[in-house]
Design a protein around this ligand. Structure first.
Ligand code: ATP
Length: 613
């Protein structure tokens, strides 16, 4: 497994300062495209929430000064009107209510945007996943990228935008505080800003460290998620119990956690210790300014009301500055995490090249010409020098020991992978020149590791042809051919019965029954003239297998069929048999020829035949 920490060209490692806000604009655009109304609402509430605190502070000053003036009047004349004081109190109450409304407006709009944006980003991630090739999914490095994107990135864009807005809000507040404070002393303002700077630099540095840590250990995090799945999923728990795997896996889980926790702890302690020290510096500067104002008040340079206002401004100014600074470091952190999302979304996908919906030589069938394939990272090729020609109406059987390349050959034919050497022709045209959809329409395939969808029985068939996903008569037809109709009709709600154990009322099936479902699924594709069955009957009883093949033969008339099976009783009737060994064709021909040849096929056939006696 490769970690990503060493990727030198990825945005976070490249010129950190330059990349600091690299994704802010994109995140803003994303939020804007999610909901213009909410984004505008957020911006408006931000400006209002930014301006009002300074107004409240100024009103506070007016109140104190009005009180002092009223007290003096009361002392000299024995009475003083209350209204000049109370009007400011009323106004301040109104402003405080407005601040609360603006804050509430912010949080409501943020909550709504969070939901909308979460959905949007998740859809972007899932849609992108559909454009990727099978090989990309099998690449552990890439898979890490996908996992990281899914785990973190869906909340990050909004978090980034919220912090941007909070920065703007704090900026507006600070500017308005500055307008009021500058009357006291521009130096006091400068001192407050400088005092808060170290916290920011520390925060920015530690956010970067946290991100790099997160990125470096994503393989471990993935392993943890995998162990959780093995220990807690219904389809794994059987083996876990019987093999007594739980203590071993739990120990591994604990070990991974212990390593991760040690790193986390070290970072948290460092981050908070420095944060505390630099925070003290900020507090110190604040109290210096405090002393200054107090002295000036005692000396009569500023009024009592002004002193109240300055102290409030200092206090609020300081918390606004630290809020802005943590917003900036948060923006930095979100930018780093977003780089994951965009790296994933921008991962190149092979452009769809082919456009053919018909070959240049219709009716020619399938030709493999010197086809070879090498899995990336594998020591040796999985297939080499494969040549054969399969015509419409013919059946081909692939035999060979485990790992000889049978399934790989099917994956090439279905274009899940492209050959590393040679070419595959369908009706005279290279598979790569075919339009993917047209090609897929022609091929009905079930793999040995077919999917047991946690859907209804009917839908489990419907997935075989999305155009007929809900078509009940097509389900019945396919189920009859795949020999699944009998048991489906006996299920509590027939074709509507929920299958599997994941959802309420789900009905679990036996291995053979699932296989019949998968086989029927391949019959849904009724326009397909290439039928591929990769060990379709391994879990079926002998009677069911015989029945399935009888049906298959009838259905397959005029079509091309490719069958992978370890059972020679089914292989023998194929028109053409290819024996694979270590990715190469060892022998090929009819059953009778191959027996007469007395090679590997004959040997294996006799071995199995003996087993039946
Ligand atoms: N996704 C993959 N990545 C790398 N190597 C693979 C992958 N899938 C299969 N292989 C390797 O390619 C070779 C051929 O595998 P393949 O699945 O085609 O064999 P098979 O003949 O279908 O085997 P079986 O009878 O066990 O199903 C094996 O050596 C296997 O280890």
């Amino acid at each position: 497994m490769t970690t990503q920490a060493a990727t030198p060209s990825s945005p976070p490692e490249r010129g950190r300062t330059a990349e600091l806000f690299h994704y802010s604009l994109r995140a803003l655009a994303l939020v804007w495209s999610t909901s213009r109304r909410l984004t505008l609402g957020l911006a408006f509430a931000t400006v209002v929430a930014g301006l009002l605190p300074a107004l409240a502070a100024w009103l506070g000053k007016q109140i104190v000064d009005a009180v002092v003036a009223a007290m003096q009047l009361h002392q000299s004349q024995g009475e003083a009107p209350l209204w000049p004081v109370l009007r400011y109190v009323l106004l301040e109450a109104g402003v405080v209510a407005l601040i609360a409304a603006a804050q509430r407006g912010l949080s409501v709009q943020q909550s709504l945007l969070r939901v909308l944006l979460g959905q949007k980003v998740n859809l972007m991630i899932l849609e992108k996943a559909q454009q990727l090739s099978l090989a990309q999914f099998e690449d552990s490095e890439f898979y890490d990228k996908l996992t990281r994107a899914r785990r973190e990135a869906s909340v990050r864009p909004l978090s980034l935008v919220n912090k941007l807005f909070s920065l703007i809000q704090n900026g507006i507040s600070l500017a308005s505080f500055a307008v009021l404070l500058v009357h006291f002393s521009p130096w006091a303002l400068a001192i407050l800003v400088i005092g808060a700077l170290p916290v920011f630099f520390a925060e920015a540095k530690f956010s970067g460290d946290a991100f790099r840590l997160f990125r470096r250990r994503s393989p471990e995090a993935r392993l943890q998620t995998y162990i959780e799945a093995v220990l807690a999923r219904e389809d794994h728990i059987k083996e876990v119990k019987l093999f007594g795997l739980a203590p071993l896996l739990l120990q591994r889980y604990r070990d991974i956690f212990a390593t991760l926790y040690t790193e986390d702890r070290a970072l948290t302690i460092r981050r908070d210790s420095w944060g505390f020290l630099f925070g003290l510096l900020g507090t110190l500067t604040f109290y210096m300014a405090y002393v200054w104002v107090v002295i000036d008040t005692v000396n009569g340079r500023v009024s009592l009301g002004e002193m109240t206002m300055y102290l409030l401004l200092f206090k609020q100014g300081q918390s606004t500055i630290s809020a802005s600074l943590s917003a900036i470091s948060g923006i930095y952190e979100d930018n780093l995490y977003l780089s994951n999302l965009y790296e994933y979304l921008e991962h190149p996908v092979a452009a769809e090249q082919g456009s053919l919906t018909e070959g240049i030589c219709p009716g020619d069938g399938i030709r493999f010409e010197e086809v070879g394939f090498h899995y990336s990272g594998a020591a040796k090729p999985a297939l080499e020098g494969i040549n054969f020609h399969l015509r419409p109406g013919q059946s081909l059987a692939l035999v060979g020991e485990n790992g000889s390349g049978k399934t790989t050959l099917i994956k090439l034919l279905t274009r899940l992978y492209n050959p590393s050497q040679g070419r595959i022709l369908l009706d005279g045209s290279d598979l790569q020149d075919w339009n993917t959809e047209a090609l897929q329409q022609r091929i009905g395939v079930i793999f040995q590791d077919f999917i047991r969808y946690q859907l209804s029985a009917g839908e489990n068939l419907g997935v075989g042809d999305v155009a007929a996903f809900n078509n009940e008569s097509r389900w019945q037809d396919a189920a009859q051919r795949g020999r699944a109709s009998d048991f489906i009709e006996q299920l509590g709600q027939g074709y509507q019965t929920q299958l599997g154990r994941w959802f309420k009322g789900g009905q679990e099936l036996s291995g053979g029954q699932w296989q019949k479902i998968a086989l029927s699924r391949s019959y849904m594709r009724d326009k397909a003239d290439i039928l591929v069955l990769d060990e379709p009957t391994a879990a079926m009883d002998a009677a069911a297998e015989a029945e399935v093949f009888e049906q298959f033969r009838q259905h397959a008339q005029g079509k091309m069929t490719i069958l992978i099976s370890h059972r020679f009783s089914t292989v023998r009737s194929a028109d053409h048999i290819i024996v694979l060994e270590q990715g190469r064709i060892l022998e090929q021909g009819h059953h009778a020829d191959l027996l007469a040849h007395s090679g590997r096929y004959a040997h294996l056939f006799q071995l199995q035949a003996r087993g039946y006696h």
